[in-house]
Ligand binder design. Structure first.
Ligand code: CUA
Length: 319
């Protein structure tokens, strides 16, 4: 059995925030946690005190008016604590939803069970579509507009922001910013069917110039196959079943059922963060995706070894 734990990549920790949005959520969490811990300790102390006191000296029981006063004080304090929670929670919500005029806008669409990622542009030739990997520039606010193609999913990058559901028919948005360069892992946080647990993605935060170079690389159509084997692989792709679901810009393949593969080789993972993007894993996934991701909508493929190697050469050249 494959050891998936060695494949986890990227920071994935809501308790070590990697940006201001995650820090706001972390602050709220700490406030709630510490308050609840203090209340718990006080209640426990009162309980122990009353138990011991009664046993020691029943004659000296609390008077009825004393008990009433204690209950009234406890009720008042509870109401005050709940109001404090409400106010701090409201303040955190405002921080998270503040407008950010110069933010980078990215569209993310949840599918069963992968993420379509689009960088919109007024010029359609500059629009970028990729999958399961969101590149962002460090230190610049990002607004991710959230859509779903099917059921409810939830977008969650624990190190960078809170969760936001993707509801059919109701586009949502979430705003965050990475304080330092790094790879942050994200998950689908709403049960969405068979492969909900294998619906991950990476947020790759990089310096502005690396980000610009990446984006420029993603604009263009796919590289034309440069070797004999890659040319055969392209034919296998276009004449077989792959073309029915996937897009490779610059070729006749234009279906949007599955992820856009135009620059597949530049991505770090396959199958929404399930396996690393390496030749052997890709071969296994093409031949029998159900073995690696049971329930995935991609059907198995029967290819001759020569066709498979040609296809791998071609897909491996799509940088
Ligand atoms: Cu998508 Cu869970």
């Amino acid at each position: 059995m494959m050891n998936l734990t060695t494949l986890w990549q990227g920071a994935h920790d809501a308790l070590s925030p990697g940006g201001p949005a995650a820090a706001a959520v972390d602050g709220l969490w700490k406030f709630l946690w510490i308050t609840a811990a203090v209340v718990y300790i006080l209640v426990l102390a009162a309980f122990i005190y009353s138990a011991l006191r009664k046993r020691r000296d029943t004659a000296d029981a609390i008077t009825e008016s004393g008990a009433r006063l204690a209950v009234m004080i406890a009720t008042g304090v509870t109401v005050l604590i709940l109001f404090a929670f409400l106010i701090v929670d409201f303040g955190t919500g405002r921080k998270l939803s503040a407008a950010e005029p110069d933010a980078l806008v990215i569209d993310v669409t949840g599918h069963q069970w992968w993420w379509e990622v689009t960088y919109p542009s007024a010029d359609p030739s500059l629009q970028v579509t990729t999958a399961n990997e969101i590149h962002i520039p460090v230190g610049r606010p990002v607004v991710v507009r959230l859509h779903t193609a099917d059921v409810i999913h939830s977008f969650w990058v624990p190190s960078l922001a809170g969760k936001r559901d993707l509801i059919p028919g109701y586009p949502g948005r979430i705003r965050f910013q990475a304080a330092s360069a790094g790879i942050y892992r994200g998950e689908c946080a709403e049960f969405c069917g068979h492969e909900h647990a294998k619906m991950s993605f990476l947020v790759i935060a990089e310096p502005a110039d690396s980000f610009a170079a990446w984006l420029a690389g993603e604009h263009g159509p796919a590289a034309a196959p440069a070797t004999e084997s890659a040319r055969r692989g392209e034919a296998v792709f276009l004449e077989g079943r792959c073309v029915m679901c996937h897009t490779i810009r610059g070729t006749p393949a234009g279906s949007r059922v599955g992820p856009d593969l135009t620059h597949l080789a530049a991505r770090q993972t396959l199958a929404a963060g399930t396996i690393p993007n390496r030749r052997g894993w890709l071969a296994g996934f093409i031949m029998n995706p159900q073995r690696i991701k049971p329930g995935v909508l991609m059907p198995p493929n029967q290819l001759s070894p020569a066709d498979l190697h040609a296809l791998l050469d071609y897909l491996g050249s799509l940088r």
